[in-house]
Design a binder for this molecule. Sequence first.
Ligand code: NDP
Length: 299
Amino acid sequence: MASPSDHHATVIDGKAIAQTIRSEIASEVSILSEKYSKVPGLAVVIVGCRKDSQSYVSMKRKACAEVGIKSFDIDLPEDVPEAELIAKVDELNANPQVHGILVQLPLPKHINEEKILSQISLEKDVDGFHPLNIGKLAMKGRDPLFLPCTPKGCLELLSRSGISIKGKKAVVVGRSNIVGLPVSLLLLKADATVTVVHSRTPDPESYIREADIVIAAAGQAMMIKGSWIKPGAAVIDVGTNAVNDPSRKSGYRLVGDVDFQEACKVAGWITPVPGGVGPLTVAMLLQNTLEGAKRVIGQ
Ligand code: NDP
């Protein structure tokens, strides 16, 4: 008979799932261009030269090219005046070839992020960060035009792994505007009973132990131990943390918010870091751009 230590969670392969979604998108994009001579367009705006932002942006631009989405590359200097960035967003809002606008965050300190995000046309808000889109996400009976990519990706991973949400107890670790809060709203919409824990929550493990679904988005390397996980739970690890690793050429490696090795012995399903949520975030951005284009074309 198998002992509990023989248990191994099903590892959800985010890379493979994202690849499937990207091929689905690529075939829809080619139908759009054959039938309507329209190519979906995504404007990716980057301000300054932060290394991490540059690598995310180049990944997004490459992904566009792969599925046939036209990417509009806007690279602005670190000291660009706020008014100039707003004018650029307005220009993209008015460009009919652009169906989605993404402004890579964080922006330099002298620029008001909320002002910029609110400037993006609702119909082109493929990141789903416009306050009106988030507001609709929070309201019963309303649907935003776009769902934020990482939260949408988390739910896509659950559904494509055959994990139902309705009636389940879900715990979200983190309450940020870009991950924790919107993912908790999406889970609520999908009929889970949701608890959100954050840095001021005493004894977070007592909540996590009860959860059928855990979404970890705290940005704290391996804070969630195997013993905190309910046997059979689905664990989606959004956390992406660099930790020192002298055995690597780079000197570091990426780990999640969950102790993966430990959690594998208890969880029913788990996403790895890297190769879990990350690839889905990019796939959802492409999907949102396609949706934006289809809405304009009337498909
Ligand atoms: P933020 O730093 O904006 O938010 C972190 C949240 O976690 C906050 O709500 C904070 O609480 C909470 N938190 C921090 N420490 C603890 C703790 N010890 N216990 C419980 N809650 C805690 O991060 P983001 O939401 O932007 O990102 C979270 C993680 O997800 C990061 O590792 C990031 O790199 C990763 N990420 C990955 C993406 C992907 O595509 N894979 C995309 C986006 C993010 P409080 O509100 O009280 O401060």
